[in-house]
Design a protein around this ligand. Sequence first.
Ligand code: AMP
Ligand code: GLY
Length: 423
Amino acid sequence: MNILVLGNGGRENALAWKISQSDKVNKLYVAPGNAGTSQVAQNIAISITDFPAIKQFVLDNSIDMIVVGPEEPLVKGIYDFFKQDPQISKIPVIGPSKYGAKLEGSKDFAKKFMVRHRIPTARYKSFTLDQLDEAYSFLEELNAPYVLKADGLAAGKGVLIINDLNEAKSELKIMLSGMFGDASKTVVIEEFLSGIECSVFILTDGDSYKILPVAKDYKRIGDGDTGLNTGGMGAVSPVSFADEAFMKKVEERIIIPTIEGLKKDNIDYKGFIFIGLINVDGEPMVIEYNVRLGDPETEVIMLRIKSDILDLLQGVATNSLDSKKISIDNRYAVTVMLVSGGYPENYEKNKEISGLNEITDSLVFHAGTKSENDKILTNGGRVVAVSSYGNTKDEALAVSYKNAGKILFDKKYFRKDIGFDLK
Ligand code: AMP
Ligand code: GLY
């Protein structure tokens, strides 16, 4: 098969690495890709939201399947664009329809879905600017801290957690008045849940599903989960508290109702579902849905899937996922993200990266890199993810940290405590 992966981050490098190992793959392309994806696939310079250009490439290169990494093309309707065009309608796009992608694209849509299908989640109400008084009353009913969420996509910045009621009211008003443009014209206010989070991933053909390895990511820039939010500083899989008993609850109360809910609501969904969960005293509650894999979780999950991923994706495309088996590596996989100093605020790019060729016992997935004149240069805040196996979490982390020290670039920074809160 000829496969096209869309995206240019560590997630897409890990996906392309895994797909490249399949016996079924003939040509593998990544658009637009990065210096890491070019080592396992051919990069092509096409924008992930230029659907007509993607269509032309697919036709010219006999592409058999498109695997979408980030949410943006899905929210913009790439699945429907293909499905509705007779020239390309038979070419599977792994991901939900535009309507299904609202599970990530609209928090209000996702909350309504969860309530309709009795999926455990925080109590909430949604408001627009003309309902400010009702919104204030709802805030008064809740206890601090107050959780305010812009309904739409806001580049990961749309959630505010505020301790003081008056501050919550004033921030709410600013949000509704356009703090995040159209994305915050509707705001979801919800009850604060206290617990530890994890990411559960499922692959579905719309009928049956496979549960992929559970992971936990570390979003804050500083050790001890302090400082600003980032695109992800590291990840660990498996997650100690997501044991058999917990996962049984997750499957019965969340995964099965989610798949059944998609069917009942006639939502066309063939792809990955990322369920952001919080463990509240042993009870799983849904924080959010994403309609794609997570980053940097993919940089550990792909290490733990032993099965041929293309075989699973073919199962999704042909509605036969039920007949496929998924086998998981019992070892730990961890990843540590090396970032540019200053990230997630201002940082410099175009720093030469050295030491990459010395790494033999980790996988180095590129998040923000480019090649120029035989050199590999930094090209983003998050630069490379150093992923390793181990029989224990600490064994795996020791390998990633050893190799994190060997990869050099000016102002390199990484967290030293990935996995600190897990057994
Ligand atoms: P979201 O974009 O919905 O994932 O929210 C971003 C982050 O805010 C989550 O990863 C949580 O850490 C936190 N968060 C969101 N909703 C809640 C909630 N109801 N209670 C506590 N923390 C939350
Ligand atoms: N790791 C969280 C995300 O991909 O959104």
